[in-house]
Design a protein around this ligand. Structure first.
Ligand SMILES: *Cc1c(COP(=O)(O)O)cnc(C)c1O
Length: 803
């Protein structure tokens, strides 16, 4: 299609008329946004159809990426970029007196995810489309996405994210492709021709209606699909006229209980929540997704035995792990295959990514819950486990201890990570360090028996969104220096390295950063009426609030710095702006107290005349994809300070780096590989190593109270939590206080304090040497190409999916 200015203008005007019977003059920003988005969506339809036909009727293997979260953010500008029409569209609108950048603000974020895991899924589907890999997302269409955060009086307040209140432009409802998902009921066994058949009866049926979103590849004709499932009542079971008066209430109850399944995203990150409704959600989108895959596959008219040649299913963490028994169910009960045949196919189809080693994040379900909600699925899991244990005992000479350690079902629980490992042909961690920890600690028994299953694929981010879209001035600078081929081949960014010592280029890099800081300053001024010094160091920690991510360590350093400045306002501290942005899970009290602490410290410091504006602390509310896009280009220091071994990869670290920030971090997750990429001189590393942390957990030897008593700086800061220093009640931060001293500081905040303070002093020194800092910044950008999700996806395609 030829997208010239005139065509876009004409289509846009027609769109306004047909949607709202309005012309450009009358239309509100919202209407103009919808009218334009509708036009852009239509532009993708032809290629979407062609892509789908190609996938079905030519012999191409399909990848289905199952994820309970897709944190998409806004789509209009990304779609314009990927279609290659951002500039022409901007001009066309301008000629009608419309500012594209302003229209873009009308789009609500699609916030169907908590954080890193959901954003990874979004980056991956962008990369699959852009690499023309036949890869699709499969997930849940939550009516309410991740909550909106307001800060009231320093506290987090959660506001529902009613993102579907107005129409969502990018989705297409496909009622004709709805499927049925069954819950509850009982099993009946029967011998049929000498074969044991299992019948599932007495169940409740839920209709799964797919909503498809086109995923547009960059600079190619590929348009893949993100399919999100909506739970709806079955007409037949909700036919009010046929119910007697007593059944009327039941019918309404049925409708609401069904709709509840896709009502809300659970707002917990790195934390497993043992909730019945969550299990329902997981099976709901898994069952609908697998059924839909089988239906599509059958259009090829190939024998079902060939499924693995044409289909790869990837599970993003264990939330979709019921894919394994669900596929078994379909192959055995519906396709009439034997157990052995079905198992052979299933394990060839499914692959699994592990995202965490944290105990509290590992999914386990009570046997009773699984059995009552999903009787057939449970019976299959039992059989998978029975056969697996027999195999282990057989192979390892009756090693019952080993068999016991590996059992998928144990102590009345089903261990979803174990089910995922056993039922997949590939298990991968998300950074080198994380994969090593999986192999040597968390899944070491599985690694011992099936070493070839284990692989590493380090996470990545789409450079199209996280650089091309959000940092146009930097992009211009890069293009002028090395041309624009890096957009197709991000590793070419490495060519920037030769400009790292070029003083002219350094100046330009500094100017771009300054300009981006100014933009963020304006945003902050507008919302919070706080004045920020543009020459101060922008030191940012933006990510979920979790104890292991150690925002607390960051705040303690700020409190310490403030104490020093109070003692002597003239000490030579380079001006700094500490920026935080983070949501806490609504039930996570410790995390919420840390938010209150940040805001309390912020209030006190920002209003203290004595310290002469040397430091400022800002908390930006409602962290999400769109806010991240504002923050990254302006950041200079990237705080990646998790307790070593806890952050499986991190992807925020990559976004900051790609926009020229210097990482201040522990040797955790992908920080290790960032260090490897940029070299020791272009990153600031501090703190305990993962082996040391794991050793403390195993053998003890750390006592936080001793540190508190021996280090005056620490004692002062910790005491200020409860002694009225911040003019709040002595109980306000009690949970933090107990966490550190009574429960022995699980995440080594006090232990790493000294090392962190020293690292911050190094940052202070480095920043004063403008040449050195700019050189570091350029090297970070230059080395960021390998963290493009295109790289991760190529590796998945080659080594795991075989596409
Ligand atoms: C990238 C991203 C994350 C993940 O950040 P980490 O620092 O890796 O934890 C979380 N939320 C949003 C909105 C993101 O864009």
């Amino acid at each position: 299609m030829n997208f010239d200015k005139e065509k876009i203008k004409k289509d846009f005007k027609n769109s306004l008329i047909s949607l709202y019977a309005e012309d450009v003059k009358e239309a509100t920003r919202n209407h103009k946004y919808y009218a334009l988005s509708e036009v852009i969506k239509q532009y993708t339809f032809e290629n979407w159809m062609k892509t789908n036909k190609h996938y079905i009727y030519d012999d191409v293997k399909q990848v289905y990426y199952f994820s309970v979260e897709f944190l998409l953010g806004r789509l209009l500008e990304s779609n314009l970029i990927n279609l290659g029409i951002r500039d022409v569209c901007k001009e066309a609108l301008l000629e009608m007196g419309i500012d594209l950048d302003e229209l873009l603000q009308a789009e609500k974020d699609a916030g169907l995810g908590n954080g890193g895991l959901g954003r990874l899924a979004a980056c991956f589907i962008d990369s699959m489309a852009s690499l023309s890999i036949p890869g699709h997302g499969n997930g849940i269409r939550y009516k309410y996405g991740f909550f909106n955060q307001k800060i009231v009086n320093g506290y987090q307040v959660e506001v529902p994210d009613d993102w579907l209140k107005d129409d969502y432009v990018w989705e297409v409802r496909r009622s004709d492709q709805a499927l049925k998902v069954r819950f509850g009921g009982y099993l009946r066994m029967e011998q049929v021709n000498g074969k044991l058949k299992v019948y599932h009866e007495g169940y409740e049926t839920v209709l799964a209606v797919p909503f498809d979103i086109p995923i547009i590849g960059y600079g190619c004709d590929t348009v893949n699909t993100l399919r999100l499932w909506n739970a709806e009542p079955i007409e037949r079971e909700f036919d009010l006229s046929s119910f007697s008066s007593g059944d009327y209430i039941k019918a309404i109850e049925y409708k609401y209980s069904v709709e509840a399944i896709t009502q809300v995203l659970y707002p917990d990150d790195s934390n497993y929540n043992n909730k019945f409704l969550r299990l329902k959600q997981e099976y709901f989108f898994v069952s609908a997704g697998v059924q839909s895959i089988i239906r599509t596959f059958k259009k090829k008219k190939r024998p079902i035995q060939d499924l693995y040649k044409y289909v790869a299913i990837h599970i993003n963490d264990t939330h979709p792990s019921l894919v394994i028994p669900e596929l078994m169910r379909i192959l055995i009960d519906e396709e009439d295959l034997s157990w052995e045949e079905s198992w052979n196919i299933t394990t060839k189809v499914v692959s699994y990514t592990n995202h965490t080693i944290m105990q509290e994040a590992l999914e386990i379900w009570p046997v009773d819950m699984v059995r009552s909600l999903l009787p057939r699925i449970y019976s299959i899991i039992e059989e998978i486990n029975r056969r697996f244990i027999i195999e282990i005992l057989d192979k390892y000479h009756g090693d019952t201890a080993l068999a016991d350690r590996l059992s998928i079902i144990k102590d009345g629980s089903v261990k979803m990570a174990f089910l995922s490992v056993v039922g997949s042909h590939s298990v991968n961690g998300v950074s080198k360090l994380h994969t090593d920890i999986l192999k040597n600690q968390v899944l070491s028994d599985f690694y011992a028996i099936t070493p070839d299953k284990f692989k590493n694929v380090t996470n990545g981010i789409t450079h199209r969104r996280w650089l091309l879209k959000i940092n146009p001035d930097l992009v211009n600078l890069i293009d002028d220096a090395i041309g624009s081929s890096w957009v197709k081949e991000p590793e070419k960014l490495i060519e920037l390295k030769k400009y790292s010592k070029d003083l002219g280029f350094q100046d330009e890099i500094e100017n771009v950063k300054f300009k981006n800081k100014q933009k963020l300053i304006n945003y902050i001024k507008e919302r919070y009426s706080i004045d920020i010094n543009p020459d101060s160091i922008f030191d940012v920690q933006a990510k979920r609030l979790h104890a292991y991510k150690r925002q607390l360590l960051n705040v303690f350093h700020i409190m310490f710095l403030y104490n020093r400045l109070l003692e002597n306002p003239n000490i030579d501290v380079y001006p700094r702006t500490f920026i935080f942005s983070a949501k806490a899970a609504p039930g996570y009290h410790l995390a919420k107290q840390i938010i209150k602490l940040i805001n309390t410290v912020s209030y006190k410091i920002n209003n203290d005349k004595i310290i002469k504006d040397k430091i400022k602390v800002v908390f930006l509310e409602n962290y999400g994809v769109s806010l991240a896009e504002k923050i990254m280009p302006a950041a200079e220091v990237s705080e990646q300070i998790s307790t070593a071994s806890k952050e499986a990869s991190g992807t925020g670290n990559m976004k900051f780096m790609m926009n020229g920030a210097i990482t201040l971090g522990t040797l955790d997750g992908a920080n290790v590989e960032i260090k490897e990429a940029v070299g020791d001189d272009n990153i600031v590393i501090f703190g305990l190593k993962s082996e040391e942390v794991l050793n403390f957990y195993k053998n003890g030897g750390y006592n936080s109270m001793d540190l508190y008593n021996s280090d005056e700086r620490i004692k002062k800061v910790v005491d200020e939590l409860t002694n009225g220093f911040f003019n709040v009640s002595g109980n306000e931060f009690m949970e933090i206080y107990y966490h550190l001293l009574k429960y022995n500081d699980e995440f080594f905040v006090l232990k790493d304090f000294d090392s962190y303070v020293k690292a911050q002093e190094i940052i202070d020194k480095l920043y004063r040497d403008r040449k050195r800092w700019n050189e570091m910044s350029i090297i970070n950008i230059a080395c960021s190409g390998r963290f493009s999700s295109d790289n991760s996806i190529k590796k998945y395609a080659d080594e795991i999916w075989n596409v």
